[in-house]
Design a protein. Structure first.
Length: 311
């Protein structure tokens, strides 16, 4: 099933599903699977290793002929040449996040790129629109990763933003299937972003221990950390380490990540922090990306049809 929205039209994709730009994880093997399945695969830059990113973009073009994009995570990539780097790679779609949309949007737009900015609040959405973005990724506090310490749920934030802006909105946080996509569209979104659901996919390169922890998780098995700072707040998988941080706080939340490679690819979930959303509590099986997307679209169609019959 294809679903036409402003998001699919702008990005040239078949399904209005964008993949989260997970640091170290969102690289060619996973992102090409997303693009080949009809969604928008995204290559990350938050790892900060631009030479590796360049190599992944080259691999991406070998693995898919479908559209894909790059994320610029401003808090993590401080290289002043990042915009020219993205332009030089021939990228046509960029998501920007973790920073002020005024910083890069103008330069990216001047080069002809389509730009969506990730926002956690209405104020952030209005500033991004003022900066000239083409669309917004509106991220509720139930999603995994770095968050606004004053978190607002997707159910509240998405319609609030939709009512205030004219650009298309992509809903993020708590989205993992057709029912949640239908709910997001009912709130006014024209696309969805999936993070934890794709993190637990067959093509995702993270260790099976992390995927197993997601599949076995309850909806209460994530923690919201560092609400009072210093540094960013975040949502992560509940482990002994993150439970300790939840109770005691941390003077250096970035230091708590410790050995990211051991967590992500070595399977030692106590060696750092495994960023994960609350929707882990609904994921019960590791599946290929294409199957996830096909099932999502079929369930979306069935959900909309059921609601229409009930009207």
């Amino acid at each position: 099933m294809a679903l036409n929205t402003r998001v699919t039209e702008m990005l040239g994709i078949e399904k209005p599903i964008i993949q989260a730009a997970m640091g170290w994880i969102a690289r060619s093997h996973l992102s090409s699977a997303v693009s080949n399945a009809g969604g928008m695969g995204i290559i990350e830059t938050s790892s900060g290793d631009l030479e590796a990113v360049r190599a992944e973009i080259i691999k991406m073009r070998e693995l898919t002929t479908k559209p894909f994009g790059v994320n610029v995570a401003q808090a993590f990539v401080r290289d002043p040449g990042i915009v020219q780097f993205v332009i030089d790679q021939g990228i046509r779609f960029v998501t920007t996040s973790a920073g002020d949309p005024m910083k890069y949007t103008g330069m990216l737009k001047a080069a002809g790129l389509t730009v969506f900015h990730v926002v956690p609040s209405l104020a952030g959405a209005l500033r991004a629109v003022e900066a000239g973005v083409d669309g917004l990724i509106v991220e509720g506090g139930e999603g995994g990763g770095f968050k606004n310490p004053k978190d607002v749920s997707t159910m509240v934030l998405v319609p609030q933003v939709v009512e205030a802006v004219d650009v298309p909105v992509v809903a993020a946080g708590g989205i993992m299937d057709g029912r949640t996509m239908a709910a997001a569209f009912a709130l006014g979104a024209e696309g969805v972003l999936m993070g934890t659901r794709i993190l637990s996919s067959a093509e995702c390169p993270v260790h099976e221990n992390w995927k197993r922890a997601i599949v076995e998780a309850d909806s209460t098995d994530t923690v919201f950390l560092n609400r009072s700072g210093p540094g960013p707040a975040l949502r992560a998988l509940r482990t002994d380490r993150t439970t300790r941080i939840e109770k005691e706080g941390s003077p250096n939340i970035f230091g708590e990540f410790a050995d990211t490679q051991a967590v992500y690819f070595g399977g030692d979930l106590e060696a750092g922090i495994a960023l994960t959303g609350q929707v882990a509590g609904r994921i019960r099986e590791v599946k290929p990306v294409a199957q996830i997307f096909d099932e999502t679209m079929a369930e979306y169609e069935a959900t909309v049809a059921r609601m229409a019959r009930a009207a």
